[in-house]
Design a protein around this ligand. Structure first.
Ligand SMILES: Cc1ncc(COP(=O)(O)O)c(C=O)c1O
Length: 414
């Protein structure tokens, strides 16, 4: 029997007659890709856990891809879950774990989404994948399109730093720089271009990009069927929260997990629409004007496609949302690098900063099991690390100069 896959509206519950329209014809809500999994048995969980394939594709049955032959994979998934004792001691959480997604193929969590999304794109016969982004999504879409044998087009606003798009260019993407503002003229042109040229649209409205459900499956596997108390996710568009929650609900329904963790959205206080909605007790967010923040990758003020569903996930899981200042985020980044040996980009380190803040506020108990998703590599944005020019002034090649230098280097832990 083939896999049952359909696009369904989460509001009207109607099935879409089209495989390539991403919004409901009746109410315009973003559709959900629904895969029937209720036939799966506990033995299937054992089989999946024991698979030699360590990528997210161990969980093939849960993804909206009809045939294994369509899979586009760069080996994403099964990222390390590390019990980080030194970092845990520093912030007062004995059972602190880092889910290290900095090691994913293009250096960010986007690879989970795009592996699944691009596999469906290939299955549907698209020749060109596209995205509007200035960061991690652009690089990831470009890499997976390259692996799929598809072209890719990345649209960015004028003024975007070359370092942000060079990785996408390296994978062969056509980078289109537009003289306009990201959320306005560039977004408008992008929308028109997708309908004019028939590109495969890899933005967050694409319902097939559900690869982040694999966080839930991997955590169930790595905790050996037990459950963390909290999973903290750096949050922008909300895909991570929505997909993770979906994944946990699937495992609960199958009886493969006894309980789900509380989910937490970690946002920069410069772009925190979900934190504001949670504080108001509202089930809908209000878009905010973003300010500059060091957490560039999650600087989203209007998560229009999935923001409200992300709020549902926070509420249903009895979780919360936390806003972090740039100082807290940089301190989290530094602690993670110096005490756990992982260099995460600032946006990713919001999860660790949130764990620290939540512990200080008494929301997290000392013995709670806490997972922080580290969603992007520090080398994505190395200029964010504060340092004084004088630290790198060359010394004379003598032992005396070296001794002098070492005398001046103190313990620089924050
Ligand atoms: C490094 C990093 N972390 C987290 C996110 C959060 O994305 P989402 O809320 O869609 O899961 C993004 C993407 O926007 C990102 O680039």
């Amino acid at each position: 029997m083939g896999k049952l896959i359909e696009l369904r509206c989460p509001k009207c519950a109607c099935a879409s007659p089209s495989k390539t329209e991403f919004r409901c014809r009746a109410c315009n809500a973003v559709l959900e890709a629904v895969v029937a999994v209720d036939h799966l048995q506990p033995d299937d969980f054992t089989r999946m856990r024991q698979s030699r394939d360590q990528s997210i594709w161990r969980w093939f049955e849960f993804f909206p891809v009809a045939s294994p032959s369509s899979i586009v994979s760069l080996g994403e998934g099964s990222t390390p879950l590390l019990h980080v004792q030194r970092l845990g001691e520093a912030i007062g959480v004995a059972n602190l774990y880092l889910k290290n997604d900095t090691v994913l193929p293009t250096g960010s969590l986007k690879d989970r989404s795009n592996s699944v999304g691009m596999s469906v794109g290939k299955e549907l016969g698209y020749a060109t994948a596209s995205v509007i982004s200035t960061g991690n999504a652009a690089a990831s879409v470009a890499a997976y399109a390259a692996a799929a044998g598809m072209n890719s087009v990345v649209m960015v606003p004028k003024g975007t730093a070359a370092s942000k798009i060079i990785q996408a260019h390296a994978y062969g993407a056509t980078v289109i720089v537009v003289d306009g503002r990201f959320d306005y003229e560039v977004a408008e042109l992008y929308k028109n271009a997708v309908s004019e040229f028939g590109w495969y649209d890899c933005v967050s409205t694409n319902p097939y990009r559900v690869g982040k459900k694999s966080y839930a499956y991997e955590l169930a596997d790595q905790f050996d069927g037990a459950t963390a108390d909290w999973v903290i996710h750096p949050t922008a568009g909300g895909t991570g929260l929505v997909c993770m929650w979906q994944g946990f609900k699937e495992f609960l329904a199958l009886g493969w997990l006894a309980r789900a963790p509380k989910l937490v959205a970690a946002q920069s206080e410069a772009a925190a629409p979900l934190v504001a909605a949670m504080a108001r007790g509202s089930s809908t967010f209000t878009p905010v004007d973003v300010r500059d923040t060091v957490a560039e990758s999650i600087q989203v003020g209007n998560p229009s496609s999935l923001g409200n569903r992300a709020l549902d996930a926070l509420r249903e899981s009895h979780g919360t949302a936390v806003a972090l200042s740039d100082d807290e985020i940089l301190a989290g980044q530094s602690l993670t690098a110096r005490l756990a040996g992982i260099f995460a980009e600032p946006a990713a380190a919001t999860s660790v900063a949130a764990a620290k803040q939540m512990r200080q506020r008494g929301l997290i108990g000392r013995d709670d099991v806490v997972v922080c998703n580290l969603t992007g590599h520090g080398l994505k944005q190395p200029e964010a690390v504060p340092f004084a020019e004088k630290e790198f002034i060359p010394i004379a090649p003598t032992l005396a100069a070296l001794q002098e230098k070492l005398r001046n280097v103190g313990d620089s832990l924050p």
